[in-house]
Design a protein around this ligand. Structure first.
Ligand code: PDD
Length: 285
């Protein structure tokens, strides 16, 4: 089946959905994005993703005429047109098409909005079953990581370096502390059963899954500390895991080759994954 993608109000076969070479998303990475998971044809946490999209837009003075209701409708239409049962919807918004200049174009320049689906097994993920091996890499990204921009080259480089080191993904480290994963937030469970994840700041993306998992962990009665942790603390943790729309809750079983706990997904991470799935299904839209 040919994939149907959304581009500026139209639903087109992917081969016909094209963007100008003068689009600022292409020329300057002047673009933001969001990713919503889809389970059984329904969107997970999409209101949170739309709220973060609005925040990214505000931080970058970007415009979009579509309301959240219209965005939801567009996501649902894409899911239907692509008969998507499980996977992801990517939304990408750029500052539009204009002759190349470092200055932003006039405010009334129409933005470019595209969205597309990706078929992906999220629940029955082989990586979640086995647990992910991570390798630490220096965090060399810019310092507005709270804005979800499409400037993803460094996270790609870090992931490739992690893979070259025999791991599945990278955990990024700055001034001795883990900031987050290449495309996920990072958590550890200490030997004293305290769940630790970094506090929100401009140093990391404010993960929608992170927020949901913290709230579920609170409901579980788990002690939670919002603070940075070092790679050494992660290596000696009882458990570790990452969160994102694409991985939900996925155990981390080793850091730089050091096994965490028994080197298998831990019971607390497994439970939080199960609860997050349950919560997601109950609130899917
Ligand atoms: N990435 N940190 C970074 C750097 C991310 O890129 C992501 C998500 C997260 C988790 O955020 P959320 O829980 O809202 O998905 C944290 C998406 C999934 C991606 O780039 O594909």
């Amino acid at each position: 089946m040919t994939r149907t993608v959304y581009i500026n109000g139209q639903y087109l076969p992917e081969a016909q959905a094209t963007v100008s070479v003068f689009d600022r998303g292409f020329l300057m990475a002047d673009a933001i994005y969001e990713v919503c998971a889809v389970l059984e044809g329904k969107l997970i946490d999409c209101q949170g993703h739309f709220t973060r999209l609005r925040r990214s837009m505000a931080e970058l003075s970007m415009n979009l005429e579509l309301s959240d209701d219209a965005l939801l409708e567009m996501h649902r239409t894409l899911i239907e047109k692509n008969a998507l049962d499980e996977g992801l919807v990517y939304l990408q918004l750029t500052r539009g098409v204009v002759d190349r200049d470092f200055a932003y174009p006039p405010e009334d320049t129409p933005p470019t909005l595209v969205a597309f689906t990706q078929d992906k097994a999220i629940v029955e993920s082989a990586l979640a079953k086995r647990g992910a091996r991570v390798a630490t890499q220096p965090d060399l990204r810019w310092h507005r990581r709270d804005i979800k921009t499409t400037q993803l080259l460094y996270p790609s480089m870090a992931k490739m370096a992690a893979k070259a080191a025999g791991a599945d993904d990278a955990w990024l480290v700055e001034e001795g502390y883990v900031t987050e994963g290449s495309s996920s937030n990072a958590f550890i469970l200490t030997q004293d059963n305290v769940l630790v994840t970094r506090e929100l700041s401009t140093d990391l993306l404010h993960g929608i899954t992170r927020a949901a998992v913290i709230s579920l962990a609170e409901d579980e009665g788990l002690a939670i500390e919002l603070r940075a942790f070092t790679p050494d603390e992660a290596k000696s943790a009882r458990e570790a895991f990452m969160t994102s729309a694409t991985s939900m809750v996925t155990s981390v079983i080793s850091v730089d080759g050091h096994l965490i706990g028994s080197g298998a997904p831990g019971p607390v991470a497994d439970k939080l994954r199960a609860h997050y799935l349950e919560h997601s299904r109950a609130h899917a839209m």
